[in-house]
Design a protein around this ligand. Structure first.
Ligand SMILES: N[C@@H](CCC[C@H](N)C(=O)O)C(=O)O
Length: 276
């Protein structure tokens, strides 16, 4: 079967986007792994499926699959690319779009300068997916790893994040600690592992070892989770500029139940077709 797709990227986090609004597309884990493979397929961190919905007041349904083929709840950089996709491909003429994801509704706004702002909803600290003792706000936890113990904040942005403070993000042991945190027994659903260096109260450097994809050039929900945990812990103030390896994301959060607003770029790279 030939599958048409659009390759996109947001701050270097890259996606294969499929328009399944007219005809449903079902892909197996191994087909997604093949498409995501950077040598044998197209190459991407996540595959995004754009679907129609019957839900009143909702414009689209958006599904997210990691490079390992697993479906996940949320993807911030993907959400921005999703908006750019539906507008550029003429699937809508709205510039404010309501979308259902596996973790609920989000609202997305395409700005005049091409940047996209996403209302990601309120962060959660009660560990529905994060199996620590219920916490009313971001709290730090110690996590024993092979040979050392690290301190993390647990934040859900619909998907689970463990955020760790580091002195220098460039020398942080992302490749060794990332996989250990991702599959730590305390996270039965696995977790995205963020490494955050605070530059000043409005700026951080961030690297994320993503669940199911490995380290990416940027992680949108990871940027939200890091900013939220820093604000909760008193080291950061909104807005927070997040420097990732692939670009800059701006995160705003007024605290408590206020939604996290994320702004950043979203670009189409090319359109293509692959045999699967
Ligand atoms: N790159 C994403 C997050 C994608 C999902 C994540 N790997 C997970 O498993 O939860 C983003 O920009 O948020």
């Amino acid at each position: 079967m030939k599958l048409r797709f659009t390759k996109m990227q947001g701050a270097g986090n890259d996606f294969v986007v499929i328009d399944a609004t007219q005809t449903p597309v079902t892909l197996s884990h191994s087909q997604i792994q093949h498409i995501a493979n950077r040598y044998l397929g197209v190459g991407c961190d996540q595959l995004l499926m754009v679907e129609a919905t019957d839900t009143p007041g909702v414009d689209f349904r958006y599904r997210i699959f990691n490079a390992d083929g697993g479906e996940v709840e949320q993807c911030g950089n993907g959400a921005r690319c999703f908006v750019r996709f539906v507008v550029e491909k003429g699937l809508t003429n709205k510039h404010e779009i309501r979308v259902e994801t596996a973790s609920g509704l989000i609202t997305l706004m395409l700005q005049a300068d091409g940047q996209v702002t996403v209302n990601m909803g309120a962060p959660r600290f009660i560990p529905a997916q994060i199996p620590f003792e219920a916490a009313a706000q971001a709290t730090t936890y110690t996590l024993p790893l092979a040979g050392e113990t690290v301190t993390i904040s647990a934040v859900s942005m619909g998907n689970p994040h463990a955020v760790m403070l580091v002195d220098n993000v460039h020398t942080a042991e992302v490749a060794t600690l990332g996989p250990q945190i991702e599959s730590h027994p305390r996270f039965p659903q696995r977790v995205n592992a963020g490494f955050m260096q605070v530059l000043n109260e409005h700026e951080i450097n961030l690297r994320v070892y993503e669940r199911g994809s490995g380290e990416t050039l940027a992680c949108g929900t990871g940027a939200c989770a890091a900013a939220v945990s820093g604000i909760q812990l008193g080291t950061l103030q909104s807005p927070v500029k997040v420097h990732t390896r692939g670009g800059i994301l701006t995160i705003q959060w007024a605290g408590a139940d206020a939604p996290v607003m994320m702004t950043g770029p979203a670009e189409i790279v090319f359109d293509g077709e692959i045999d699967i």
